[in-house]
Design a protein around this ligand. Structure first.
Ligand code: LLP
Length: 449
């Protein structure tokens, strides 16, 4: 019996339609990603290897952009959340796709600037920007701050005064919504470390204090409720809470918010059991709730923004590894050890995240060997995935692919166990090019004195 997730495709390839349409299998039984033979790529560039499908990234940008234009109208737009995957080339693509961005550190700002991204379109997040961050961002002409708390608004006001400018700024509020995702990435509740709570009255306080500051211009409000969200209507509920707050500020203080940013968070498919989200439909549902609330509350609809990170880049990614040891502990458990692990993908160790693992060079073989795919670090928790089905013939030298690794893998990678970080190879129209080089051993000692 062949792997049941494979279904018929063209005469030379079969698609694995259940995960993402950029994955297929060649007639020789090799995994094909974005039109490229993954086994050839593993041999050409070495492993571990991050792959990114440039066409898929662009496709996702367009889906989000078109949905925003269609449902909210001109001015409303998606911003790519850089934290999902940040390197120079991604900002060139975002420039070409006319995407806004959010950034969360001087490092992300620096990378965007190095790539020639127009930083006046960028929104600067984070719950604890340092004075150095604030000064660096203003010096380089950041478009907007998304201030988390009053200390930060004051710090931005001071820095803007020094430079004789009026800095545009949004306030991050917590709307008190539980997004039903895993706790570590849930952020919109009242007791969250992020934002200022509406429920406690502190959001109103910070709004008034901000409106009083001479060197900042309050352009609107922001919220982010969580990540990998599939639950029905949480964005709609968050939007309504935020719009009610906006209407309240209008009524009580005659303040008109021009922008409302609803954050990121739409879920993506890591496995066949994850649902497929139709972004056009989802954005349409949020737009309907926003318009209904604005009518009911008698306010103008602000510009609406959202900040997809994972939604833009997750399924544009795949990681390739080479198998080292295959260990069968008779009567207990099987392990397939690969040449990467938690340093290049810490998500299972952190969140027990699901992934689809495939034997890239053995796609025609029956996958009935139950095992854990584990990394090479000196740590039992260094696991990529448990209860994986791979072919029973797995042995040293085989190539394992982990799908949907475009978001929060490279950007969360470390050098734990002094392992160099893998390169990123971009795939475009069946061709490949290196966009981030593999770290060398020398790179590991670069800052050692
Ligand atoms: N905007 C804000 C303010 C955020 O904090 C985030 C994610 C996003 C946008 C983008 O969310 P996305 O569309 O990518 O879900 N490391 C975790 C995810 C942490 C997300 C943090 N904030 C993971 O690997 O699942």
């Amino acid at each position: 019996m062949e792997n049941p997730s494979l279904t018929g495709g063209t005469k030379n390839e079969r698609k694995i339609e259940m995960i993402c349409d950029n994955i297929a299998v060649s007639k020789e039984g090799r995994l094909v990603f974005a039109g490229c033979d993954t086994v050839d790529l593993a041999h050409k560039y070495g492993t571990p290897l991050y792959l990114l499908d440039e066409n898929k990234i662009r496709e996702k940008c367009r889906i989000y952009k078109e949905a925003f234009k269609k449902h909210f109208g001109e001015g409303s737009k998606p911003l790519y959340a850089s934290k999902a995957n940040c390197f120079k080339r991604i900002y060139e693509i975002m420039t070409e796709e006319d995407m806004g961005i959010d950034v969360v550190s001087s490092g992300e700002i620096y990378t965007a600037l190095k790539a020639g991204y127009d930083i006046s379109k960028a929104y600067f997040h984070s719950n604890n920007k340092t004075d150095e961050d604030i000064s660096y961002a203003i010096e380089n002409g950041i478009g907007y701050f998304v201030a988390d708390n009053i200390e930060e608004v004051k710090a931005v006001d001071r820095e803007a005064a020094k430079r004789g400018i009026r800095q545009k700024l949004l306030l991050r509020l917590s709307p008190g919504i539980d997004p039903h995702t895993y706790e570590a990435i849930s952020t919109g509740e009242v007791d969250s470390k992020f934002g200022t709570a509406i429920e406690t009255g502190q959001a109103e306080e910070i709004t008034l204090l901000t409106l009083d500051m001479p060197n900042v211009e309050l352009v609107g409000f922001h919220c982010h409720i969580g990540s990998q969200v599939f639950a029905e209507d949480v964005f709609e509920r968050a939007a309504v809470v935020m719009l009610e707050f906006i209407a309240d500020m209008k009524k009580k203080h005659d303040y008109t918010a021009l922008q409302l940013d609803l954050g990121g968070g739409y879920g993506v498919r890591y496995t066949e059991s994850d649902p497929v989200l139709d972004i056009d439909q989802k954005v349409g549902e949020v737009a309907a709730a926003v318009k209904e609330a604005c009518n009911r509350l008698g306010i103008e609809m602000p510009e609406i923004h959202m900040e997809p990170g994972r939604g833009i880049i997750a399924d544009a990614g795949m990681t390739l590894y080479t198998v080292g040891t295959v260990k069968k502990i008779t009567g207990y458990k099987n392990y397939v050890s690969i040449d990467g692990g938690m340093p290049d993908n810490p998500r299972y160790a952190l969140y027990k995240s699901s992934y689809t693992c495939l034997a890239a060079n053995k796609m025609n073989e029956e996958a009935d060997f139950k095992c854990s795919v584990v990394g090479r670090c000196c740590e039992s928790g260094d696991i990529i995935q448990e209860n994986v089905l791979l072919p029973g013939s797995m042995r040293r030298g085989d190539i394992v692919s982990v799908c949907t690794t475009g978001a929060y893998n490279y950007s969360m990678a470390s050098n734990y166990n002094r392992l160099p970080r893998p390169p990123i190879v971009m795939l475009r129209n069946g061709e490949s090019y290196v966009t981030v080089k593999r770290e060398s051993l020398e790179d590991l000692c670069r800052n050692d004195i």
